[in-house]
Design a binder for this molecule. Structure first.
Ligand code: SF4
Ligand code: SF4
Length: 335
């Protein structure tokens, strides 16, 4: 029997990533450009204990842009996810910031108008179930407001509009209502992420473990069968969330190796464990990015769920061979 090592999945120590030499290289960054938000969702991880999230802590525009540019060049980033708080509170900063990257994602709660920052941008609007369930978590009237924001985008709008839904134990049996509402709308496609609680927390919306979560996976897989072009989660990524492979993925979380998370604390950029912060329970993680990236790269999960097709660019990226190509594409796009 051969022993396989997975050195490409080695995780740089979170607190040291911004100073390590040589600098670890990542595919993308994910940055909270503001800790402020105009909502106060009950399931928000940003304001959980242990995360840097002082709402008054903000880096001024020029300083933030210069620092992001420096981090981009140091860590080889070709894409950035802009989030908060609510990033559209700082839309004038975003208008300039998206020019630093060939690909940009802006994660928004949809209550502030979307701006046409061009085709390099994907807006990811958060909607967590049909109207009543979404508004229970996000506040009264938020669903209608976000739907109106989406429908206000003109037909020639440059950015892609995606909806992301966090599936929970509370909304799993009604997420089909959300899909039915959005399938013929201005939304280009949607993804599902699965609720990830903080360590030690047992809220009613969380599953006890990956086995209990499988019923929600079956629901989403069934929706994907019915709306294959509209639901963008990869089937392999969803299958990897099942109990036999979930912990193999989260114990060597690919997202920590491919995406550098950037929070703001005391007017400085710092790196928490992952985009969910410092206190998250990896054993119950169903975050889209962790499993989407695992689906595209070799790992110990292959022994249980062998890939149907050869690995592509993410596998190349983590072995560094794709980075020069990605960087030259990025340079051309941002010239
Ligand atoms: S919109 Fe996002 S950042 Fe704001 S409170 Fe809700 S989950 Fe948190
Ligand atoms: S919470 Fe999920 S995405 Fe974050 S480090 Fe843990 S396994 Fe990875």
């Amino acid at each position: 029997m051969t022993t396989t090592t997975y050195e490409h999945l080695a995780v740089p120590p979170p607190g040291e990533r911004l100073t390590m030499e040589p600098p670890p290289q990542y595919l993308a960054g994910i940055i909270n450009i503001t800790n402020r938000c105009n909502l106060s969702c009950s399931h928000c991880y940003l304001y959980a204990d242990g995360n840097p999230s002082d709402q008054n802590d903000q880096i001024p525009d020029e300083e933030l842009l210069a620092e992001v540019e420096r981090i981009r060049d140091r860590h080889g980033l070709t894409a950035m996810v802009w989030q908060g708080g609510e990033p559209m509170i700082r839309w004038r900063l975003l208008e300039r910031a998206v020019k630093l990257f060939a690909r940009n994602t802006i994660t928004t709660n949809g209550t502030i108008p979307l701006r046409d920052f061009g085709p390099t941008v994907t807006y990811v609007v958060s909607l967590d179930g049909p109207q009543d369930l979404n508004d229970e978590l996000r506040g009264a009237g938020v669903y209608a407001k976000a739907r109106a924001t989406i429908e206000a985008a003109p037909r020639d709008f440059g950015p892609t509009i995606q909806v992301q839904c966090v599936v929970t134990k509370a909304n799993q049996h009604r997420v089909h209502e959300l899909v039915e509402d959005l399938a013929d709308s201005r939304v280009d496609g949607m993804t599902f992420s699965f609720y990830c609680p903080n360590k030690g927390e047992r809220p009613p919306i969380a599953w006890a473990d990956a086995r209990e979560r499988e019923q929600a996976l079956d629901i989403v897989l069934d929706l994907k069968d019915r709306h294959p072009g509209f639901i963008w989660n990869a089937r392999r990524a969803l299958d990897l969330m099942r109990a036999p492979t979930a912990k193999l993925v989260t114990d060597r979380c690919p997202a920590v190796r491919t995406v550098i998370p950037l929070y703001v604390e005391n007017r400085r950029i710092v790196t928490p464990l992952c985009c969910h912060g410092n206190n998250v329970d990896c054993d119950r993680c169903g975050t889209w990015v962790a499993f989407a990236h695992a689906a595209k790269m070799p790992g110990p999960w292959d022994e249980i769920l062998p890939p149907e097709t050869p690995y592509g660019f993410l596998a190349e990226m983590v072995t560094e061979t794709a980075l020069p190509r990605l960087r030259s594409e990025h340079e051309r796009a941002t010239a």
